[in-house]
Design a protein. Structure first.
Length: 280
């Protein structure tokens, strides 16, 4: 199998589906405070499918709302702008990529894992008193590079998955050996192409290497959340392997055994509610 190059993967991004312009705007502005919320609410409302999915998520029990919201503006009023931006991003990204193009790739299991990692990252961020919305979005998008490879190179990626199943190897190793690039590299390229904020790009780039210089604490949270979710087997993937956990990252969170048990329980509850709303 011929190895892919970074340039080839970057070039192939032009052919991928693009997110709605308003979602690109939301992801690009994640670090900014001075965003005109009413303008964004109006723009989102023009996309009926996106609005419907966002409101279904806003009204799910995981959002904790005591009232039912029927417009994006109401969701922003009751949930806050950052939380609503999360929901809009989740609604858009989970419906963005084509399904069923790559042999052996379980699209549903992929999104179950991503949604569960988002839920767990949010729970961990709350315990760390960090921005829960950043953590949720980073958890949701951490493996987005897999969708790049699945969509752009379905046959080659199908061969990667078949070998993983046969030989019980870690996915990253097999991707590098067979393709010459891995899903982390592809995810970083997509994050640049979609103009994600630096905060989000670093979380995607370093979620397997949270101890790398410049990784940032968000990468630590996503790294630990990813491992927890694999261990809990929330994706219901038969070939699930728990990735190695960085002791630096695990120690940095400083949580007790009891605290982790609470995190596990809360992740499972939040995940079921979120996945029902997003994957209905």
């Amino acid at each position: 199998m011929t190895h892919l190059t970074i340039d080839a993967v970057r070039h192939g991004l032009q052919d991928l589906p693009s997110l709605p312009a308003v979602v690109m705007e939301l992801l690009g502005s994640i670090d900014q405070e001075d965003v005109d919320i009413s303008v964004l609410a109006r723009k989102v409302s023009l996309d009926q499918a996106l609005t419907a999915k966002t409101l279904r998520l806003a009204n799910s029990p995981s959002s904790g709302l005591q009232v039912r919201v029927t417009t994006i503006q109401q969701a922003i009023t009751f949930l806050g702008f950052q939380a609503t931006r999360n929901l809009i991003t989740a609604a858009a990204v989970t419906g963005c990529f084509p399904v069923g193009t790559c042999p052996g790739f379980d699209h549903r299991a992929f999104w179950r894992h991503s949604i569960a990692t988002a839920a767990c990252a949010k729970v961990l961020a709350r315990r760390m008193r960090l921005n829960q919305d950043f953590a949720f979005t980073a958890g949701l998008l951490h493996d987005i590079g897999r969708l790049v490879l699945v969509t752009s190179y379905p046959e080659q990626y199908g061969a990667v998955l078949a070998r993983c199943q046969r030989e019980d190897h870690e996915l990253l190793e097999v991707e590098r050996a067979m393709l010459g690039v891995d899903h982390v590299m592809a995810g970083t390229l997509l994050a640049e192409h979609w103009q994600f904020s630096d905060t989000m790009q670093h979380a995607i780039t370093y979620h397997h290497e949270p101890a790398a210089p410049g990784a940032g604490f968000l990468a630590t949270i996503v790294h630990v959340a990813n491992a927890i979710v694999h261990a809990l087997d929330l994706a219901r993937d038969d070939n699930e392997l728990v990735p190695p956990v960085s002791m630096v990252a695990w120690t940095a969170l400083g949580l007790s055994q009891e605290a982790y048990l609470h995190v596990f329980r809360e992740t499972e509850m939040q995940f079921e509610e979120m996945s029902n709303a997003l994957m209905a």
